[in-house]
Ligand binder design. Structure first.
Ligand SMILES: Cc1ncc(COP(=O)(O)O)c(C=O)c1O
Length: 378
């Protein structure tokens, strides 16, 4: 793993994260990591290019990705599911959109616990559904809690599903089994569904635990995930929808015939190589992220002590509350004044105002400079 790339190196590599803003801007916005590729993924992609495997994906690649994925989830999450229940989709957001369109009550609204990963909002529009925002509260310790009563009301008023983000982007929380069970019970009591985005699950820190919602209620929950976050493959287009409800499998298999799946051949190959042989790389990534999580805490104490921050249970995303500094749109202010790019909290919906999300999956040197630059302008 290469965790010492400079900003110039990273710009030369050509990611969205590092090429979107001007050259003097340090990037900590979109959820991409700056650590290069797992050797197993590099090898698998090189082999595919050498073979000329650039046609539509094969059922062999599809099955290999599904089998590698279920083995990984069994080992890492203790979630045992058959590869026959894994269906490939191009990416996580599209997988959720398809689940909403095909597996929830026709025309039903979609509930979301805000603040939450904001591309969900436009995805609901693309699904032709309306959105019900359910703002979350914080408990006495400042920990975000989904408002289960409000979710219950949303289902009661006609929502057909809740899109659950666990681990929770942007707050970094991993939900407990009791929280997951409560939400699934509420959905089930209204005949509704939980569509659970678990794309950050492999990035759970020691001391926290990820529970697959479908392991608690396989009938109510539809799971969507990918190796794309933990191994940095989002440009390759390969993700998984896991259908633990038998009726869903019938609907899905009738509709998503091979000509409609639109999955990337390289996406499947990379997912198989990541889940199947990417363990060593993931361990190195988690070591770096754990060190960065600690470094960020120290840097905050030194350079922006009034910022509200709870270290995440999972993800490489830090959710920072800049309201003590009187900033309403902190990301906009910091881009203008500190030349660092964070993601504006207000985009994540109600509860995001005055916050910004900082991506700390970068070198310690870049992370340090980012926080120093912020501290200098607060
Ligand atoms: C919670 C969550 N879901 C989905 C995605 C996007 O995944 P994809 O590019 O596979 O749609 C992200 C990306 O950051 C994310 O954080």
């Amino acid at each position: 793993m290469n965790d010492h790339l400079t900003a110039a190196d990273l710009r030369a590599l050509g990611s969205l994260k590092w090429t979107y803003f001007d050259e003097d801007v340090l990037a900590a916005w979109v959820a991409e990591m700056d650590f290069g590729l797992a050797p197993s993924v590099t090898r698998a992609l090189h082999d595919a290019v050498d073979r000329g495997d650039t046609a539509y994906f094969s059922l062999i690649s599809d099955r290999a990705a599904a089998e590698a994925a279920v083995a990984f989830w069994a080992d890492h999450l203790g979630w045992k599911v058959s590869a026959d229940r894994v269906f490939s989709v191009p990416d996580v957001v599209e997988g959720i959109r398809r689940a909403i369109v095909h597996l929830t009550a026709p025309g039903s609204a979609v509930a979301m616990h805000t603040p939450v990963y904001y591309p969900f909002f436009s995805m609901v529009e693309r699904a032709g559904r309306s959105l019900v925002e359910v703002p979350s509260g914080r408990d006495a310790d400042g920990i975000y809690r989904i408002d289960v009563d409000a979710v219950d009301r949303a289902f009661g008023e006609g929502a057909g599903s809740l899109v659950l983000c666990n681990p929770w982007n942007p707050t970094g929380r991993s939900l407990s089994t009791s929280e997951l069970e409560e939400l699934a019970d509420v959905a089930a009591s209204h005949g509704g569904r939980i569509i659970s985005d678990e794309v950050h699950a492999a990035l759970t820190y020691q001391g926290s635990e990820h529970f697959a919602a479908a392991s608690l209620d396989p009938e109510t929950v539809v799971t969507v995930t990918s190796a794309s976050k933990a191994w940095n493959l989002p440009g390759l287009k390969g993700a998984q929808v896991i259908l633990t409800n038998d009726d869903d499998i019938t609907i899905w298999s009738d509709y998503f015939t091979l000509d409609k799946v639109a999955v990337g051949t390289f996406g499947l190959i990379a997912n198989a190589a990541a889940y199947g042989e990417g363990e060593a790389f993931l361990s190195e990534v988690m070591e770096r992220l754990e060190a960065n999580r600690k470094l960020l805490g120290d840097l905050i104490t030194t350079h922006m002590p009034d910022v509200g921050y709870t270290p995440p249970d999972a993800t490489y995303l830090a959710w920072l509350d800049f309201r003590p500094y009187g900033l309403e749109s902190p990301a906009e202010f910091l881009l203008d004044h500190a030349r660092v790019a964070l993601t504006e909290g207000a985009q994540f919906g109600p509860g995001g105002e005055g916050h910004a999300r900082l991506n700390f999956a970068t070198s310690p040197a870049i992370l340090t400079e980012i926080v120093e630059r912020i501290g200098a302008v607060l």
